[in-house]
Ligand binder design. Structure first.
Ligand SMILES: C[S@@+](CC[C@H](N)C(=O)[O-])C[C@H]1O[C@@H](n2cnc3c(N)ncnc32)[C@H](O)[C@@H]1O
Length: 235
């Protein structure tokens, strides 16, 4: 497994009722759970037949096909609520992840943990969590090739409010694993700088959007300066 999948795997508590990997594709995490002797239910779902078939045959080769329940469905639509405690959704856009979470109203019962790795819009996913009575208890970063992946785990509970920059990169007060947070800050700074550079000079001065991103850029630069002295040899 690559670094991103390793970190996601390590974020799954090993004492839960069960895990569902939504959008499993290759099925690597459910297979690893089964091979490693995870005691709870193991489910793998995908909206497309092809990826689910790939996951099933990989599980067959690993000798754990019978240990995993495969579901062909959109998001959590066919997920048996009683069998899981941990929901993993990785490798999809932030809007898609929020759409999946929104449709599963049973998540509001306070009995589930979410392990999420949005490919886009992490700020939207964090916003969804904070406004749906979840609190982020673990953050992680994986840098692979040209990509920087953010992932986080959320547990039921009230969360303290977050600044705009914290929605983008996660809170500095939450425990972190993996690579340096400065990789994430640099990635977000590049995106914001590109946005700011796209404004015509005369329009920029009176645009509230420009002011918002300029402020965000300052906040990120301050955060970067404040954490740089604390990070050593990590990643
Ligand atoms: C890029 S792959 C990610 C695979 C794996 N989760 C990972 O992180 O490596 C995205 C997978 O999500 C599936 N998918 C996309 N939207 C979905 C949805 N609404 N419900 C279930 N699966 C979905 C796709 O079919 C595809 O197999």
């Amino acid at each position: 497994m690559n670094k991103r999948l390793d970190l996601l795997y390590e974020m799954i508590p090993d004492n839960g009722r069960g895990v569902i990997d939504v959008g499993t594709d290759h099925g690597q995490i459910p297979i690893r759970l089964a091979v490693s002797g995870y005691k709870g239910h193991i489910l793998a779902s995908d909206v497309a037949e092809g990826p689910l078939k790939t996951a099933r045959s990989a599980a067959h080769i690993a000798g754990v096909e019978k240990r995993i329940q495969f579901l062909l469905c959109d998001g959590l639509d066919m997920c048996p609520e009683e069998e899981v405690s941990d929901i993993l959704i990785a490798g999809m856009g932030g809007d898609t992840i929020c759409g999946i979470l929104d449709r599963a109203e049973w998540l509001s019962s306070g009995r589930y943990r979410l392990i999420l790795q949005p490919m886009t819009k992490p700020e939207v996913v964090r916003y969804w969590l904070i406004h749906n009575k979840f609190s982020i208890d673990l953050e992680a970063v994986a840098r692979e090739d040209q990509h920087v992946y953010q992932m986080f785990r959320a547990v039921p509970g009230h969360s303290k409010s977050m600044s705009d920059a914290e929605y983008l990169i996660g809170s500095g007060s939450v425990p972190r694993r993996g690579d340096k947070i400065s990789f994430v800050i640099d990635q977000q700074l590049r995106t914001i700088t590109k946005k700011l550079n796209g404004y015509p000079t005369q329009k920029a001065a009176e645009s509230p959007e420009y002011a918002f991103y300029l402020n965000m850029k300052r906040e990120l630069e301050e955060l970067k300066a404040s954490i740089q002295s604390k990070e050593f040899g990590n990643g």
